[in-house]
Design a protein around this ligand. Structure first.
Ligand SMILES: [Zn+2]
Length: 173
């Protein structure tokens, strides 16, 4: 998973009350988390942490852009990101995994937020994300149009699959 040291927060070091952490993350972040869906981007992440004894309330505010694959033409596109997420962390036995409550071993006291940030960004991206009208890759749009045209006239049995379409279908998987 992540090898970004700055994103490993030492909770034991945090004072009672409010702490503010800020990170600027670029393509290297997405490479480090080995992100399956987003390969590049630029994110400004602010984490405000409120500590009460051994419980931490974390508020993530993530803004920037993520580079994702357009659903239509499969080219890269910039998806604006604006995510607000809250999470609680407490010291204790590992294993009580809840979506909003993370348990961190007290002896270690380290919370790696890299994957959390990635998940929050990923969740903020709409399921259907496409280029603005007219901004799709024209060559790919032509292939898609030809394909749907040939589909329409293809009632009489199997035709060999257009190799470009086969490539496209593979990419979409
Ligand atoms: Zn597109």
């Amino acid at each position: 998973m992540s090898s970004i040291e700055s994103l490993k927060i030492d909770l034991k070091d945090l004072k009672e009350g409010e702490s503010l952490l800020e990170f600027d993350l670029d393509d290297g972040f997405f490479e480090a988390v080995d992100a399956p869906d987003i390969r590049k981007g630029n994110l400004h992440t602010v984490i405000s942490i409120h500590r009460t004894d051994d419980t931490f309330q974390l508020d993530f505010h993530i803004t920037g852009v993520a580079i994702v694959q357009c659903n239509l033409c499969l080219d890269e596109m910039e998806q604006p990101v604006e995510a607000e997420n809250r999470l609680w962390v407490k010291f204790g036995e590992e294993g009580s995994e809840d979506d909003d409550l993370v348990t961190v071993d007290e002896d270690e006291g380290i919370l790696d937020v890299a994957w959390l940030i990635y998940e929050f960004v990923n969740l903020s991206i709409p399921i259907r994300h496409v280029h603005a009208p007219g901004k799709c890759n024209p060559a790919m749009m032509k292939v898609l149009e030809e394909h749907s045209a040939s589909r329409r006239g293809e009632e009489e049995g199997e035709k060999p699959v257009d190799p470009r379409w086969a490539t496209l279908a593979k990419l979409k998987d």
